[in-house]
Write a protein that binds this ligand. Structure first.
Ligand code: BGC
Length: 747
């Protein structure tokens, strides 16, 4: 871990820090991000000036717009937090900020900023600001300002509303390429003012997708004058009050948002939301807290451990929940959630492989909606396969509101095809562990058949050898170049086919017409299942008997060895100092590949094989992806390598809180790492088995964790599980949880 990043204080239920220096601002804004799954906001102080119009971001799940033909960006929405303070005629933004403290509660999602402003004459003003995105009604945001002149009296002003002049800064998926090209999406602004608020609507420039954001203010503690205010694309209410020394002026602001994805006339929806909800911050906070309490009932992990670790685990869970589009079947979770525009807000295998296990086991309705996003983009995946001249369905490496490829880096976009099998893997595991047969038969089966068909066509049959090779492929280790017979992809593809065959066999046996219906829906030919079975017997997997080693791919061992310590120190990715192309010819891994496979399908390998793979690959893995640490922790914990497991787990669990990769400021929160840390803890240290039925654990807790208690969903039922350092595990079935309680309500 890099020194100097210890200044975020992590308590069991909140994080906080002191200071408001410019140098730490991007970092603080990333780490203190807030969200409710419908929307996410970076942790910027509402009244702070920003360096540019793309800096303060509010993203809505699934709201994309084209930046060039076929390529979308997640759209930065009008900024509901826009606020300016004036103290006796002076703009507060020009004054000195002292005693600044910022915090975020994981229990309620509420953020706070407390500081003192001081002008040149020594006049001091205490400012306290609070904000949350409601979990009760996920289209509401509430803000509260409390302003107190500490040693003077005078007229104070607060201008607050919506800034519709925000911009985007689309960031390329080439990790080395920065971007300075600002994109302005919003046009056709229309504003409906009121004395205590207003509603702003606007449309995107190309697709004319509409958004609306409105607010109402309510002041107390002093007689207040208020009037509408507009400047450029900023629309606001200007409030003013004369305050005595020590008198506190409080302004509550309720914001409501809606967009084309919510149906007709977003502006009318916003107006209705504002009419139906009072701008009473305390009441809104209570309702929001009640929903969070219900969420935490199944999502929490209670540790008997140091407060810092407990808080970090909860922080990871909080950010996962804040990023997930609960119940929205047309959106998924981006690699930086709703907290940053990196990767144009796109969805990767990160969701299905790294994050989904958390939702599957603790908030299964959300897991189901995430998988339905893939079902709903299956037709796009079929069309993508057709464009690649292959049969079946090919999921894109990066996708957004459609399933079409958003990756602009040719080798990754064309060859990192394992995502199709990763999605099938997630479908299979969700169905197996949740017991949701209805989902499998209605939606999952079609995904499995279409993707199995893709794999059969994507392999190349070599008649002379009577073998099927997987050519022109890139495994999870993106430093392997473009290669052949990548073991991870081959095994996952076979797993995908096996899942399809299993479902087909079962439906056939059920003899209730569902097999025929599925065959009709997928155009299944009689000979297809047998052809798939043939492929399963004849793929190429490289295993070195002498070493007992599973080899990553056909070219891996021809790559040039690299003396890693001579080229790098610390955790900063090597692609910053060595050209990506050069890196791909060294025998080093960006992230686990064979070990990743062993993490996902441990039952397919002996312990000795996993041990050999660890000893071979781990020393040459650079962990240049944030997905790497958590998976190494999981495998190390299963191998009982306590020291390594602990070291990797700490990197995963403190990834953003301690800026392990030195890119949290620039890139936002790494959502896959959040999920990987959760898996390392629950499936690694706590030793939960991924089997249907009552949960079983084989705990191997590190000495830092005396016990861990969590809740798991299995086969339609809920279980409370407690494990401890001594290796004991107690499981009790619980009756009263209704998973649909929270997220299936319409927003
Ligand atoms: C990793 C991928 C990952 C992507 C998005 C890349 O750096 O190599 O595995 O899916 O980031 O998180």
């Amino acid at each position: 871990m890099e020194p100097g990043m210890e200044w975020i204080k992590i308590a069991p239920w909140d994080i906080s820090c002191e200071g408001a220096e410019e140098e730490t601002r991007d970092y603080r804004e990333s780490v203190f991000s807030q969200g409710n799954g419908y929307l996410g906001m970076r942790g910027y102080r509402p009244d702070e000036a920003s360096p540019n119009q793309a800096h303060r971001t509010t993203f809505y799940s699934g709201f994309y717009e084209y930046i060039r033909p076929g390529i979308t960006d997640l759209v930065n929405q009008p900024d509901c937090s826009y606020t300016e303070i004036g103290l006796c005629g002076k703009p507060a933004r020009e004054l000195r900020v002292r005693e600044a403290k910022q915090s975020l509660s994981m229990k309620t999602g509420e953020a706070s900023w407390r500081y003192v402003l001081e002008d040149g004459e020594g006049n001091q003003t205490r400012v306290e600001a609070f904000r949350f995105a409601s979990m009760d009604n996920r289209r509401l945001i509430a803000l509260r300002y409390r302003i107190t002149p500490l040693n003077y009296e005078g007229t104070l002003e607060l201008t607050t509303g919506v800034d519709g002049g925000v911009e985007n800064l689309p960031i390329s998926d080439n990790q080395m390429q920065g971007n300075t090209e600002f994109v302005k999406f919003w046009t056709e602004h229309a504003f409906l003012p009121r004395t205590d608020g207003g509603v702003l609507s606007a449309k995107t420039r190309y697709s004319k997708r509409e958004t609306a954001a409105g607010w109402r203010v309510y002041a107390s503690g002093a007689a207040t004058e208020q009037k509408p205010y507009a400047e450029g694309e900023k629309y606001a209410t200007k409030l003013a009050a004369s305050l005595k020394q020590g008198q506190t002026w409080q302004v509550d602001k309720l914001c409501a948002v809606a967009c084309w994805r919510d149906g007709e006339d977003p502006a009318a929806q916003v107006k209705r939301l504002l009419d139906e909800n009072e701008a009473d911050y305390d009441a809104l906070l209570r309702k929001n807290a009640a929903v969070w309490e219900a969420v935490w009932r199944t999502a929490d992990i209670r540790l008997d451990a140091e407060d810092e670790l407990q808080g970090a685990v909860r922080y990871n869970i909080y950010q996962l929940i804040a990023s997930a589009p609960h119940g929205d079947e047309h959106a998924s979770i981006g690699a930086r959630g709703l907290m940053h525009g990196r990767y144009k807000g796109c969805y990767f295998w990160d969701t299905e492989v790294f994050m989904l296990p958390f939702f599957r086991d603790t908030l299964p309705a959300t897991a189901k909606s995430l998988l339905l996003y893939r079902y709903n983009t299956l037709e796009d995946a079929k069309e993508s396969a057709r464009r690649f001249s292959v049969k079946g369905a090919r999921y894109s490496w990066m996708s957004s509101d459609t399933g079409f490829e958003q990756c602009e880096t040719w080798d990754t976009g064309c060859c990192e095809i394992h995502i199709t099998a990763d999605i099938a893997y997630a479908v299979g595991k969700y169905a197996l562990l949740s017991g949701d047969k209805e989902f499998l038969d209605e939606f999952g089966a079609k995904i499995l058949v279409e993707t199995a068909r893709y794999w059969f066509d994507r392999f190349s049959y070599c008649k002379e050898e009577d073998l099927y090779h997987l050519l022109f492929v890139k495994g999870p280790d993106e430093y392997c170049g473009v290669t052949s017979d990548n073991l991870y992809t081959v095994r996952l593809a076979k797993h995908n086919i096996a899942l399809a065959l299993e479902v087909l066999d079962r439906l056939k046996q059920e003899q209730n017409g569902s097999y025929e219906a599925l065959a009709l829906r997928t155009g299944l030919q009689n000979e297809e299942p047998d052809a798939w079975r043939d492929l399963m017997q004849k793929t190429v997997e490289i295993y070195d008997e002498d070493r007992g080693l599973w080899v990553q791919d056909a070219t891996f061992e021809h790559l040039e060895p690299l003396d890693i310590p001579s080229v790098r120190s610390g955790c900063k990715p090597l692609y910053y100092t060595l050209n990506f192309d050069r890196l791909q010819r060294y025998r080093v891994l960006k992230q686990p590949d064979v070990l990743m496979l062993m993490a996902l399908l441990p039952e397919e390998f002996s312990r000795a094989e996993i041990e050999v793979a660890w000893n071979y690959y781990e020393p040459i893995t650079l962990h240049d992806s944030t997905l790497s640490f958590g998976m190494h922790a999981l495998v190390a914990a299963r191998l009982n390598k306590q020291a390594e497991a602990k070291e990797y787990f700490e990197k995963a669990v403190y990834m953003d809180l301690k800026d392990v990769m030195q890119n949290t400021a620039r890139e936002g929160i790494h959502t896959a790492a959040l999920g990987a840390a959760w898996q390392a803890l629950v499936y690694g240290f706590c030793g939960l088995s991924a089997e249907p039925g009552e949960p079983r654990c084989n705990p191997k807790l590190p000495k830092e964790i005396r016990s861990a208690a969590f809740t798991v969903f299995r086969n339609g039922g809920w279980y409370d599980v407690t494990v401890d350092r001594e290796g004991s595990c107690s499981v009790s079935k619980i009756e009263e949880i209704d998973d649909k309680r929270v997220f299936l309500r319409k927003v």
